[in-house]
Each structure stands twice: as structure tokens, then as C-alpha cells.
Design a protein around this ligand. Structure first.
Ligand code: GLU
Length: 308
């Protein structure tokens, strides 16, 4: 599929039609710093493999990366640990809320997949244990992918998560009790909250993940970011588990590997074409942005992007 220059107009029209949806969701407030964000903001961006970026709305406004950071952490951990990683975390959908504890107890400290919180905390443990300065390594990775040196972790969001992260701490200590966390729990949580607190915008995020639409090679710099097999595997996990407990419905209706975060962003990978990102802070009951869901669903429908 070739994007046309009309794509910008399409994105603008779609965004305008979303106005009535702004009041339908609720901005995340379990992390107090996120509750401060103005809920009437929205953006959409499409980055294509041939280097074009189309956007509408506040596409250069920073938001909190949150759960979408789990993709970058996972790629870094896969690169360092290879197949050993899959002995410590599974690749199955969870069918449970993203921060559920019960399943982890039943399954003896092995998280269902790397994009629920338990799995991402496990991945954070791999990064802490295998990089001398994992927080810096994470930011360096994102800067390399975006070409933007200014990418940073928002100190207010980071602090807020540290102060209100009891549930994540419970997950980490439970995994530690099963022997599935190597480093000290506080260090692992600090890394996890730091990567979640990354500030980024829609255009940068879309460009940063192009390698997943391009068999592991980042277009532009032509760097092999991960193996072709691992790009395929990450997309498979995103297709089955990336949209919290709404992943099945998203596959059914949209049909693209995708990941959402409680900061209100959603990223969708379109293999051999590019990456779509959308952002608007109010979330539905599953934790997915109402407006971003609508924007990505509509665009996928109009451009016929479903993989299935
Ligand atoms: N930092 C958030 C948490 O751990 C991320 C959740 C999310 O975006 O799904 O609770």
C-alpha cells in the first residue's frame, strides 16, 4: 500500500470526527502525575518505511510512554539474553488485567507474557542484570531509534510511580520469591518506572518502531535493530497481548500488532508499510485510549490494513 499526500487530510478529518469521544473516557489517575494531564488533547501520526511522516493534531506534544516502553525493553532483553528469556517468561495471552497478581501465583512466578506488568518487570530485571547502567541504556536505545537526543524520562512521573507502585512491587517480590528475579527488587522497579516515565511524542514514537514493520531493520540508518525472527516474535506477542484485556477484540476489529499505554497512546505496526501512533489521554475501562482506538481502527479500515 502506498500512502498518498492526501493522508494528512484524512488524518485531520478523522481527528475532527473524534471530538464527541473526548468525554467518554477517564484519564488514568492511579499514577497521580498522569491525572494532571489535560484530557482534551489528541494526535495521530503515520510513519512509513520510505521515510515519510504524516500527522494531525498535537503530534509533537510529549506524553508518557508507559506500557509502550515494554516493547523497547523486550527488544533489548531479547538481544542480550536470546532464547533463555523464554524460560523465564511465557508468550501466551493472559486474559487478566495488566497488573493482575493471582495468575502469577498460580503459575509459579512465570509471567504469562512480557507485555503485562509482571512480564515487563521480569524484562526490567534482565536489563538491570545485563547492562551496567540500564536506565541510560534504555534512553540511549530510544535516542538511537528516533535520532532525537532530547528524549528523557519525566522526573515527576518517575517519582509519582515510585511513590504509588505498591502493586508492581508486589508482583516483583512474588516473582523474587519464586526465584525468577535476579537483581534486588527496588533496583528492578526503579528501572521499570524510569522506562515507563519516558516522554515522547506521536511522530517520534511512530518513527522509533519502524524496524518492527521492516523485519528488524530501522529504515533511514539501515541498522539491524533485532533479528528478523525477533521482529516477527515481538509482533506476534503484540497481536495477541498488546492491548490489555481487549487484545482479542482489537485483533478482530483492526488486525494489527499493537500496544497501548495508560498515558493514552497506542502504537500499531503495519508490516511492510510503517507504523501508526495515536494519542489522547482518556482511557476506556480496559485502559486503552478511547480516541486513539477509534483513530487507529478507522484508519486501518479505510486503508485496508488488517493482516488477517
Ligand atoms: N507504569 C504503569 C504501571 O506499571 C504502566 C501501565 C500501563 O501503561 O499499562 O502501572
Amino acid at each position: 500500500m502506498k500512502p498518498s499526500t492526501d493522508l494528512t487530510t484524512t488524518l485531520q478529518q478523522m481527528l475532527a470526527q473524534c471530538q464527541p469521544l473526548y468525554t467518554q473516557g477517564k484519564v488514568a489517575d492511579y499514577i497521580p502525575a498522569l491525572a494532571q494531564v489535560d484530557g482534551r488533547q489528541a494526535a495521530v501520526a503515520v510513519a512509513t518505511l520510505d521515510g515519510q511522516v504524516f500527522s494531525a493534531g498535537a503530534a509533537e506534544q510529549n506524553f508518557s510512554l508507559q506500557s509502550i516502553s515494554k516493547i523497547f525493553g523486550l527488544v533489548m532483553a531479547m538481544n542480550r539474553l536470546g532464547d533463555e528469556l523464554w524460560q523465564r517468561v511465557n508468550m501466551e495471552p493472559s486474559g487478566q488485567p495488566f497488573n493482575s497478581i493471582v495468575q502469577l501465583e498460580w503459575e509459579k512466578g512465570i509471567p504469562r507474557n512480557p507485555v503485562i506488568n509482571a512480564g515487563a518487570i521480569l524484562v526490567a530485571d534482565v536489563l538491570v542484570s545485563h547492562y551496567s547502567a540500564s536506565k541510560t541504556a534504555f534512553l540511549t536505545f530510544l535516542r538511537r531509534l528516533t535520532g532525537v537526543e532530547a528524549i528523557y524520562a519525566d522526573p515527576l512521573v518517575y517519582q509519582s510511580e515510585l511513590e504509588h507502585g505498591n502493586r508492581n512491587a508486589a508482583l516483583a517480590y512474588l516473582m523474587k520469591s519464586f526465584g525468577n528475579i535476579e537483581a534486588e527488587v527496588p533496583q528492578v522497579l526503579e528501572h521499570y518506572f524510569h522506562q515507563c516515565a519516558t516522554a515522547i511524542n506521536c511522530k517520534q514514537l511512530a518513527q522509533s518502531l519502524l524496524f518492527l514493520a521492516n523485519r528488524g531493520v530501522q529504515p533511514g540508518c539501515n541498522e539491524q535493530i533485532c533479528s528478523r525472527r525477533d521482529a516477527h516474535r515481538v509482533n506476534a506477542i503484540l497481536s495477541t497481548s498488546g492491548m490489555y484485556d481487549q487484545s482479542g477484540e482489537f485483533a478482530f476489529k483492526v488486525g494489527l500488532p499493537a500496544k497501548s499505554g495508560v498515558g493514552g497512546a497506542i502504537v500499531a505496526i503495519v508490516p511492510q508499510f510503517g507504523v501508526i501512533t495515536a494519542w489522547s489521554p482518556p482511557l476506556n475501562r480496559f485502559g486503552n485510549s478511547v480516541v486513539a482506538m477509534q483513530l487507529i481502527s478507522q484508519l486501518a479500515e479505510e486503508l485496508g490494513l488488517s493482516l488477517f
